[in-house]
Design a protein around this ligand. Sequence first.
Ligand code: MLT
Length: 412
Amino acid sequence: MALLNDNYLKLKAGYLFPEIGRRVKVFCEANPEAAKRLIRCGIGDVTEALPPAVIAALHKAVDEMADRATFKGYGPEQGYDWLRAAIAQNDYRAHGLDVADDEIFVSDGSKCDCGSILDILGGKNKIAISDPVYPVYVDTNVMAGHTGEANEAGAYAKLAYLPCRPSNGFVPEPPKRHVDVIYLCSPNNPTGAVATRAQLEAWVKYALEHKAVILFDAAYEAYISDAAIPHSIYEIPGARECAIEFRSCSKNGGFTGVRCAFTVVPKTLLAQTKTGEFKPLHPLWSRRMTTKFNGVSYITQRGAEALYSPGGKAQVRALIEHYMGNAAVLRKGAKKAGLKVFGGENAPYIWVRTPKGVTSWEAFDKILGDANVVITPGSGFGSKGEGYFRISSFNSRANAEEVARRLQELKW
Ligand code: MLT
């Protein structure tokens, strides 16, 4: 008899966004009139068209595939050299950061990489995650058997939770105890908080002292407007010795449906074998990619390369300004509605305190039922997310304005 992976049975409910989708579907079927005015500010999915520079590059790449002389079959599993070079140059070396082309691994998404990275880390690591947190970090560790069982509140026995509250600006501090692997996300999903240089320095110091690895999710770095906030963990001295960075074309280039991202694994990053030797993680990740992945399509990588052209860069900037304009509208609307608002200044997410005594899912139901707006309940991101909800600013300006207006009409 084939055995299944029992760890999957330890997962709590469904993955958050499909669960929200299911509830919204039930609501819309029962309320067809309300469904017509539904506005989705739940999942952080981009709404605006791809940058014209990307569209032109995609068309050109499609034409190349139509001609035997320029047709491409399998590409390098780690990504084409020209894209790895464009990323390393524009995202890192142009900012004075020491990242080599072959430290960039092109993939089909940061969500996938955040989960797959566990393939090259040992099974006995003590894992630290923020609470609230992007659920992928938790669930992939559950699937890999790293967490033990969850208690009634949904907290897993073997995870080290780092609470994020208004008192710490929703940025976790290094714990007093030892951990081996730390997930950090800045700008943060879901809270929209950003880690300062001093906060990241404290984390790098901790990781170096504890010989820990930081998994730094920078998928939203393009949304940082405050010049003092680091865009990359490699802005912190010592990070090349303790951190892996994940970045994505999804939220800056609008690639959620196109799929392209990358992970930086510095060759100077070592981890320990069972026998206590220190070995680089870079060849392991490269081996993992060549074995389990056949690379991102040529067409997609040409599209991603166009994000780094002068036109592409300007068009990405315009997209970010559009979404951050929405964030400002939504922040203002939620404040005027008398709600306590966080985030949304260096991130596309607005983190809102529910009115007193209202749980996250009650707020979800109320906002869906009365305002016909989909938000994300904070408790879906962890127990410390209870009492909050997240509004995504990925939308048209008209919809953002309408949501801001409807929030003010709500009677709690
Ligand atoms: C979110 O809404 O949290 C994101 O869209 C999820 C993701 O990027 O995978």
